[in-house]
Design a protein around this ligand. Sequence first.
Ligand SMILES: NC(=O)c1ccc[n+]([C@@H]2O[C@H](COP(=O)([O-])OP(=O)(O)OC[C@H]3O[C@@H](n4cnc5c(N)ncnc54)[C@H](O)[C@@H]3O)[C@@H](O)[C@H]2O)c1
Length: 343
Amino acid sequence: MGKKLVFGLVGCGRIANKHAKILSELDGAELRYVCDIKRDRADKFAKEYKAKQFYDYSELLKQKDIDVVDICTPSGLHPEMTVKAARQGFHVVTEKPMALNLEDADWMIEECKKNGVMLFVVKQNRLNPPVQRAREALEQSRFGKLFLLNTTVRWTRPQEYYDMDEWRGTKRFDGGVLLNQASHHVDLILWFGGPVESVLAKVARLDHDIEVEDTAVALLKFKSGALGVIEATTCTYPHNLEGSLTILGKNGSVKIGGFAVNKIETWIFKDIRNEDQYIQESSTFPPDVYGYGHRVYLQNVIDTILGRAQPYTDGYEGRKSLEVIMAIYKSAATGKEVKLPLK
Ligand SMILES: NC(=O)c1ccc[n+]([C@@H]2O[C@H](COP(=O)([O-])OP(=O)(O)OC[C@H]3O[C@@H](n4cnc5c(N)ncnc54)[C@H](O)[C@@H]3O)[C@@H](O)[C@H]2O)c1
């Protein structure tokens, strides 16, 4: 058996269930430590995964045998937790969004670099099989010149969702629909469309008692000349209707829909290939909007640290969608078109 990386997971909440289960199953990982300020959650994870629990992050960081700290806490805590782990010499996996502003993202990237550790930002939707197939088509230039890209997030989050935990819907720890739910979709539209030249946007809080926006629309101009549209809301009645990505090029049109960018809805190319007839086989039917990508993502973290792979989304990749989201907020606040890069 090859080397196992020792993981310490912080934040034993909803998404951590997925991380912990996968880490306990992957050959290259050992989930040895878990930590949560809510003792019952840390205790539950410790019991379930035969890990040692801590209730204070600084105690977790004293464990010298850790290789990787896996951060699954509220988003506003990711920067400081990342930097503290990096300063102890531990690699870091952080859930999305990596941070809620660019200064913090740069701080994380810089500190990880300075301390010689790797930073991974979870963007598991890139790994959805239909998204992977579309990316292959892009890399093989099957779309030709790109004209228009769209990502649509029509999801439902009732007020009870925001009331479930104190951090949700706050400026300091969560951010709105763009930073939380749609950060994956913004990442995807950029992964296909490439660098953005400018953004024009509006955001609104329409149906929730929260500090941040629950609805947003943005127009993108890509450096390539293509145009893009982002539409995101958590106000959809009565349930999640759509989480999609559409790519329209001179020689190809693809829409990946479903509610979690999981299902091929349109797949048409000028150069028809034999494998196209099986494209529906890449559609998946996940039980939740998180999808199945975490397993492949965490496997890549292990492989990258062990020198067998390149990272799927590191700090620099994670920063790209954050920059566009910050540009959207700036445009919405000023009513003006915002040019990128922001600084
Ligand atoms: N990749 C995805 O698809 C995906 C899906 C859901 C959530 N997320 C991200 O994961 C993160 C967590 O979301 P969640 O829904 O699991 O939240 P959650 O509230 O269910 O879990 C967060 C946990 O962190 C703990 N915590 C808070 N402060 C702490 C501290 N100082 N030290 C230790 N533990 C602390 C809380 O007690 C809680 O148990 C967020 O950043 C969110 O955006 C990503």
